[in-house]
Design a protein around this ligand. Structure first.
Ligand code: B16
Ligand code: MG
Length: 752
């Protein structure tokens, strides 16, 4: 079937045409493709037909359909419909293309043929009526002439009313942006060609112009930002190139002039003008001027204070200048935290470190100081400033319990990292702050500080934490861990059942299955089952140290003997009963008074210290073999049976002694002369001991060798087993010679 596309209609009889038009209307889903030049397909899905068409150069077209009607007669409604579709498409295309391009092609064609004089003449005579068009022509060709006046061009095309007030609206804004975009395109080309005077010539006009518009017509600020960004980028690129001093000066003047305006705004994502020109600002005087300008902005431009501040900080560092204005100095210190974050966002890491060296983060409140330190740590890492990084990481660890920072510290300086843990350990008692506990436990585990880890876990008395952090302890502290688990399981079992308890127990059992603790815990529990502890109301023991666990009482007494001898007095055996259990100062007071030695408070202090050094020297060689008979077995059995154990000694040296005896980890709580203000027979130490064990005094038995200690325990409400002479310790419920004479089980029977 052959026809001419232009006047299809004339080729076909009206009924065939009508029928084809009907089909076109029905054809909603189709593809018109052009597999080759002059070769087209219409593929319609619904209704289903497929027509191939060949378009010849003379405009004639042949169509071929696959339907039976076409095969029969060489013509069908599908073929005609496909031709109509093809015709409509080409008409539409032609229309669109011409509408969009017509003006431009025409303009380019005409302009290409003109020289500058002709251009001007053309503009003046033919383009009078259309200012935007005229401006566009000028913008395109202005740079070709010798002294292009861009200011004039821009002013000329700015819509103003008769009073000189800018009258921008949506429509004319488009032409303004268009002209500026043309100029910038030209500036870009000129920059590429290294035509620097010409480039700055354009920017000197467009940058102030765009800023002026943004200030005067703030509602269009957002739209103008695109051109402004482009201008600033061009300016930045321009400033990176080497150039004559005259041009550098022009760049400085431009940036100072524009930045100094009221209402000047920096544009996000661009380098601010002054910073771009910074490389040219070399003269002292000019630097001072620029610095002063920024200083003033910090003081007055409240909205952009942080941005100005960040530039000021930069210049303070690179130019080694200081703000003169006191108010500005005060402001900088106030906004330092925000400045740190801004500089970080600008990736100005050297400035971040500089500002942190000026304003100590610890002077700000914790929530502000933390991000400052974090920024510092990051900046130090990125600039390779290890010492500063470590200082920041240390501060973040100790003051903000920042585990990530601690990890950094640990990797570069493990010793300081452990030191930080010790400080946190000393500063935050267990349960004081959850964060502190977690910080410590994970740090202690990571650094392998097993003893401290065990101590903390013990103090926390929390089985979940125990399960979380026991991994590193299993091999070295199996027994201690097993005892802790036993204690937890025992406590859970004695609670009223319930789903939560059952789940908790199941979790512990599952956890233990994985490691060697399992058998120990199982044994412990079996022992406990057999034991009477559950039937008795005694659940804890508190041990005095000197005279109960180790025989240091004699060293105490000998030390007193020796200093009193120096004071010219020989003390008697009977004095032992008075100094035993009493605090150091109390013992000294007693002896001085008894033997009539008078001295000042200062002297007393120094004699007490002397006694202590003699004492310490005499116990220097103590080892686990010095434990009094039966002590270790008693402690072990008591632990296995589920009793809670504490130390209650008046001695300030108690912990050191326990360390030498290697039994410091066997106690749930340790109370010594450092934890009390009143010494035995005051009950303070035992009251505190019961509190630490979380037991009422009536469930606690105290072991004491001194009459003062026995009295203290009774007054605290505890049961007392005396160790020593029944006469001296008459108030004790029972007396024995030492712990070897009794078993924990027996005690529960006595005090059942
Ligand atoms: P320190 P304890 C007591 O210990 C001693 O029995 C007593 O003789 C001594 O004066 C007191 O500690 C103070 O000791 O000088 O080392 O602080 O029996 O209560 O364990
Ligand atoms: Mg004692």
């Amino acid at each position: 079937m052959k026809a001419t596309l232009k006047d299809l209609e004339s080729h076909f009889a009206p009924p065939a045409w009508e029928e084809a038009m009907e089909l076109v209307k029905e054809t909603n889903e189709y593809d018109l493709t052009q597999p080759q030049a002059n070769y087209f397909h219409v593929l319609s899905k619904n209704p289903d037909y497929h027509v191939e068409m060949m378009l010849a150069d003379d405009g004639s077209v042949t169509a071929k359909c696959h339907c039976s009607a076409f095969k029969r007669s060489g013509i069908c409604k599908h073929a005609l419909a496909a031709l109509i579709i093809l015709r409509d498409r080409s008409i539409r295309r032609r229309r669109n293309r011409s509408r969009l391009k017509h003006e431009k092609i025409l303009l380019d064609e005409v302009l290409k043929k003109l020289n500058v004089t002709e251009l001007r003449k053309f503009v003046a005579t033919h383009a009078h009526s259309h200012s935007a068009f005229r401006a566009e022509v000028l913008a395109n060709y202005l740079h070709r002439i010798r002294r292009p006046d861009y200011h004039h061009l821009l002013n000329d095309m700015t819509p103003m009313d008769k009073y000189g007030i800018i009258k921008l609206n949506r429509n004319n804004l488009k032409s303004v942006r268009n002209i500026v975009a043309i100029l910038h395109r030209q500036a870009q080309d000129l920059l590429k060609e290294n035509a620097l005077p010409q480039t700055i010539g354009i920017l000197e006009a467009t940058i102030p112009y765009l800023y002026r518009l943004s200030i005067k017509v703030p509602q269009f600020q957002h739209q103008l930002a695109t051109e402004l960004k482009h201008a600033l980028k061009l300016f930045e690129a321009f400033c990176r190139l080497p150039m004559a001093p005259r041009l550098q000066k022009a760049a400085i003047t431009l940036s100072m002039e524009v930045s100094g305006r009221d209402g000047f705004r920096m544009i996000k994502g661009t380098t601010t003008l002054l910073q771009s020109a910074e490389a040219f600002i070399l003269e002292k005087k000019v630097r001072r001027n620029a610095f002063q300008l920024v200083e003033e902005k910090v003081a007055t431009d409240t909205e952009q204070r942080i941005l100005w501040g960040s530039l000021l900080i930069r210049w303070m560092r690179v130019w080694e200048m200081k703000p003169r204005n006191k108010e500005v100095k005060r402001m900088l210190s106030g906004i330092a935290p925000e400045l740190v974050l801004e500089l970080q966002a600008q990736r100005a890491y050297a400035d971040v470190l500089y500002i942190l060296s000026l304003y100590d983060p610890s002077k700000y409140d914790a929530s502000t100081a933390r991000p400052m330190l974090q920024a510092g740590l990051r900046a130090a890492k990125l600039t390779g400033d290890e010492p500063t990084g470590l200082t920041m990481a240390y501060a973040l660890s100790v003051m903000h319990l920042d585990t990530e920072a601690w990890e950094t510290l640990f990797r570069s300086d493990p010793e300081s990292a452990v030191q930080a843990l010790k400080i946190v350990h000393a500063y935050y008692p267990p349960h004081d702050r959850k964060e502190a506990d977690h910080f410590l436990l994970s740090g202690l585990q990571r650094s392998g500080e097993k003893k401290l880890l065990l101590e903390r876990l013990n103090q926390l008395d929390d089985v979940e934490l125990l399960m979380q952090y026991d991994k590193t302890l299993v091999s070295d502290h199996t027994i201690a861990l097993a005892n802790m688990y036993t204690h937890h399981i025992h406590a859970l079992r004695s609670m009223y059942g319930g789903e939560t308890i059952r789940k908790k127990l199941a979790a512990i059992v599952y956890h233990l299955k994985d490691n060697e603790l399992h058998t120990h815990v199982k044994d412990n529990l079996e022992l406990m089952e057999k034991d009477v502890i559950t039937k008795s109301n005694i659940r804890g023991f508190i041990f005095d140290l000197d005279g109960v666990i180790v025989d240091t009482a004699k060293h105490h007494f000998q030390s007193w003997q020796s200093i009193m001898l120096e004071l010219g007095v020989e003390i008697s055996e009977e004095d032992d009963a008075h100094t035993r259990g009493a605090s150091r100062m109390e013992s000294l007071e007693y002896l001085l008074q008894k033997y009539g030695v008078v001295m000042s408070e200062k002297e007393k202090e120094s004699w007490a210290a002397k006694k202590n050094s003699i004492y310490l020297a005499s116990i220097e060689q103590i080892t686990p073999t010095d434990l009094l008979p039966g002590v270790l077995t008693f402690l072990e059995e008591a632990r296995k049976s589920g009793f809670k154990l504490a130390l209650g000694s008046a001695s300030k040296n108690a912990r050191a002694v326990l360390r030498k005896l290697e039994i410091e980890n066997r106690f749930d709580a340790m109370l010594d002369g450092n934890d009390t203000t009143r010494s035995k027979p005051d009950p303070e130490i035992f009251i505190k001991g019961c509190e630490a064990l979380k037991l009422p005094a009536s469930e606690v038995v105290v072991f004491e060798d001194a009459a003062k200690g026995v009295q203290a325990a009774i007054d605290a409400g505890c049961h007392v087993v005396g160790i020593g002479s029944p006469q001296v310790l008459a108030k004790a419920a029972m007396t024995i010679d030492g712990l070897h004479q009794i078993e924990p089980k027996r005690i529960t029977e006595v005090f059942a």
